[in-house]
Write a protein that binds this ligand. Structure first.
Ligand SMILES: [Cu+2]
Length: 502
């Protein structure tokens, strides 16, 4: 089988064509064109050969101690693996090295890197790699398009120091990146980075599944959501909870911590923040100079990185988030740094006192009362409102009267001679504002004189049948009907009388 046929067997034709276009290989002819091993000039060929140490995130390879250039051999294997995205949620991740993010690659400025991209034979798709640390077409993508069961080799010299993202650039690119195909490569400056006590590797990525956040089972990738940039998950290191609990980053009080933080995307940027910490130094965008000190939140672009450094001064759990905070609390972008050691209560006291506090609440209560009084006064002084309120009471009172009082006092309020005194035009009613309340509440017996006529009968107590508001309403009706006029009665008034009358 010739190489071209072999490649086509492993790769769907459309993917191949798209990938070829993306990689800009038209000029170079067939993607499987090979130039043969590079002949390096003698001084470069003399670089000592080293195998790159590739460790699993959030660990990073040890700092580079050597002060000379080397010929570093990197073997990176692409694996398509089913892993947990969240509790009960599985996902088929495409990975550089079996993990998301891909293995951290650490080299030195000026190094010659012999890169081998190995596409595991059990994989279904071709892949390649674009390393942002590479100066050359596609950052290496143009030379690394690799079918399953194949291995591609290319060599580059690391000209620029810095922290760089690498990712798969095979079409459809958002799908390959969206399935987890990204990682970081650190090109240490010749003089190295300042020594710190702890270094960690964290990458943020957005994931797009057919099911909603937390929907269980093996979740398929959702291309439409990727295009809309509506991720279902936004996570650190490839899964919800990947840096939480037992998996948290750790440090001891007094240590200096360096985070190599990258954003794989494919779409979102990150407002990277550690709750309760301040970055002493930030190397924005993964550059080699810390241009900012004392930073709360650093913005990291998609396909970009940042180096942050800080000393941990007090023990506790410090939470890593994308401060676009729904992503942290609803989509998974939350990790932890657990710091152990001695408390320093000068820097942070912890909770000192828990006391009852009513301050602003009491103030608020007072203001509310004042406001209510103000409104009541306004209402009282506003004839329109007063009239309205009274009218409402009259309407309600009329219904109470019809159902309870009219049988005796008659619908027209004139009563019945010798039996029930009139309420219409009653001088007895008018003589005392409070007495009618007592009569309705407690009833009335004994002789009374109304409009010159004596009645000596009994009115039953109504207090068990009516509430304060209903009594206020019915008396407002009675005192404002059949030619009677008077102020409205209020429920408060009735309540007071009810309290005062045994
Ligand atoms: Cu890929």
């Amino acid at each position: 089988m010739n190489p071209r046929t072999a490649l086509l067997v492993g790769a769907p034709l459309t993917a191949l064509i798209l990938a070829t276009a993306i990689m800009g290989q038209e000029q170079e002819g067939s993607p499987i064109d090979t130039k043969g091993p590079v002949i390096l000039p003698p001084d470069v060929a003399a670089f000592p050969v080293e195998q790159a140490v590739l460790v699993v995130p959030p660990q990073v390879p040890p700092p580079i101690k050597r002060r000379y250039s080397a010929h570093v051999v990197v073997n990176l294997e692409v694996r398509e693996v089913v892993r947990q995205m969240a509790d009960g949620v599985d996902y088929t991740f495409w990975t550089f090295g079996g993990e998301v993010p891909g293995r951290f690659i650490r080299i030195r400025e000026g190094d010659i890197v012999e890169f081998h991209l190995n596409n595991h034979p059990s994989n279904k798709l071709p892949h390649n790699i674009d390393l942002h640390a590479v100066t050359g077409p596609g950052g290496g993508a143009a030379s690394t398009f690799t079918a399953p069961g194949h291995s591609s080799q290319f060599t580059f010299q690391a000209l620029n120091p810095g922290l760089f993202v690498y990712h798969c650039a095979t079409a459809p690119v958002p799908m390959h990146i969206g399935n987890g195909m990204y990682g970081l490569i650190l090109v240490e400056p010749k003089e190295g980075l300042p020594a710190v006590d702890k270094e960690y590797y964290v990458m943020q990525g957005d994931f797009y599944t057919v099911g909603r956040y937390g929907e269980e089972g093996l979740q398929p990738f959702d291309m439409a959501k990727v295009i809309d940039e509506h991720p279902t998950y936004v996570v650190f290191n490839g899964a919800v909870g990947s840096l939480v609990g037992d998996h948290a980053l750790t440090a001891r009080v007094g240590e200096t911590v360096r985070l190599f933080f990258g954003v794989g995307g494919p779409n979102l940027i990150s407002s990277f923040h550690v709750i309760g910490e301040i970055f002493d130094r930030v190397y924005p965008e993964g550059g080699t100079r810390y241009v900012q000190e004392n930073v709360q939140t650093t913005l990291v672009p998609a396909g970009g990185a940042s180096i942050v450094e800080f000393r941990v001064n007090v023990p506790g759990t410090f939470v890593l988030v994308d401060h676009s905070i729904s992503r942290a609390f609803n989509k998974g972008a939350l990790g932890m740094l657990k710091v152990s050691g001695e408390e320093n209560r000068v820097i942070y006291s912890g909770k000192e006192i828990d006391a009852i506090y009513l301050g602003s609440q009491a103030e608020a209560g007072k203001r509310e009362a004042e406001l209510k009084t103000g409104i009541a006064t306004d209402i009282k002084n506003n004839p329109a409102i007063t009239g309205l309120t009274k009218k409402v009471q009259v309407d309600r009172g009329k219904r109470v009267y019809a159902s309870l009082c009219s049988a005796c006092h008659q619908p027209d309020g004139n009563g019945l001679p010798g039996a029930f005194p009139p309420l219409a035009g009653s001088d007895y009613l008018k003589a005392d504002r409070e007495r009618p309340i007592r009569i309705v509440l407690k009833g009335l017996t004994g002789p009374i004189t109304v409009n010159g006529k004596t009645f000596n009968s009994a009115m039953p107590a109504q207090e068990a049948m009516l509430n304060d508001q209903q009594i206020a309403d019915v008396l407002t009706y009675v005192t404002n009907s059949w030619g009677n006029t008077g102020d409205a009665y209020s429920a408060d008034q009735v309540r007071r009388v009810r309290r005062e009358t045994p």
